[in-house]
Design a protein around this ligand. Structure first.
Ligand code: KMH
Ligand code: ZN
Length: 279
């Protein structure tokens, strides 16, 4: 059983609309303020999607660079940029995310239906992303939306080698309409499949929408880590909108402490994930 808990906050995402959820952080100032609050209550990684001046998702290279710099200056959080972007983002723009110099980036292990859309991740694109991360010293977090994507990860590592840093960390994104369900049974099936990945592989899990709590509790029980945030859920409890990302991180940290697995600090998280210490 892992001794402590990595808590990742995914504060914004690409799908939730600011107009519908005013508490969603979309400007750089809002994102930095959110990140600081989340760090203070137990987050050690921030999974970042950014928005443009009209709060629409964007992969604008200048904005991404400014975001990485601002988060590094204001927090000690590990900055993980999303290479998934929005379902409409072209592959070239998603690859170019790495040019912004993040410590980590997400790397999704396959195509999945995504509500009424399709989140495209061709094999050749996955290989390109993985090898560019190796070359640029970016530590991946492998995003898993369905069980078979763990087999794709095994294929990737066998054919193209370990990620930069040598440690394999996966994030189970559960409960997306079109992907695996956000249930303890599905999580246990994924945990069983992790046995085919390199020794020491770690996992986080997040449940979309109302699957947040069962996935969080199942992950803690199975020795996993946690991702929470308004990218994944905007309802705290029935009829109660999420007030802030920090509210979700504080709840995750409280559950982690109850499980006798308190939150990792960012420094401890870097050591676990193979991300170089900050100098
Ligand atoms: N917005 C989704 C289409 C990632 O960040 O890498 C993709 C996503 C995964 O959120
Ligand atoms: Zn994301």
């Amino acid at each position: 059983m892992t001794a402590a808990t990595l808590i990742t906050v995914a504060p914004t995402g690409a799908e939730v609309e600011k107009a519908a959820v005013p508490a969603l952080p979309v400007t750089l100032d809002e994102l930095v303020a959110t990140a600081k609050e989340c760090e203070s209550v137990g987050a050690s990684v921030v999974h970042v999607h950014i928005r443009d001046g009209e709060a629409r998702p964007t992969l604008d290279p200048g904005r991404l660079r400014d975001t990485v710099a601002a988060l590094r200056e204001s927090t000690d959080l590990i900055v993980q940029l999303s290479s998934g972007g929005a379902v409409t983002d072209p592959e070239a723009n998603r690859l170019a995310v790495l040019d912004a110099g993040p410590e980590m980036a997400s790397c999704t292990m396959g195509t999945v239906n995504f509500g009424d859309d399709v989140f495209m991740n061709r094999w050749e694109f996955i290989v390109d992303l993985h090898t560019r991360m190796q070359e640029r010293a970016v530590v991946p977090e492998y995003e898993i939306f369905d069980l078979g994507q763990l087999t794709t990860l095994e294929r990737l590592l066998n054919s193209h080698g370990l990620p930069y840093g040598g440690h394999v960390h996966v994030d189970l994104v559960m409960g997306v309409p079109g992907g695996m369900p956000g249930t303890p049974a599905a999580l246990v099936a994924c945990v069983a499949a992790l046995r085919d990945l390199p020794e020491g592989t770690t996992f986080s899990a997040t449940g979309i929408g109302r699957t947040t709590l069962p996935v969080m509790l199942a992950s803690l029980a199975a020795g996993g880590h946690l991702r929470v945030g308004m990218e994944d859920t905007v309802t705290y409890a029935k009829g109660q909108p999420v007030e802030s990302n920090a509210q979700l991180v504080a709840r995750a940290a409280a559950f982690a402490r109850l499980a006798q697995r308190p939150p990792l600090t960012p420094g401890e998280a870097r050591a676990m994930l193979g991300v170089p210490a900050r100098t």
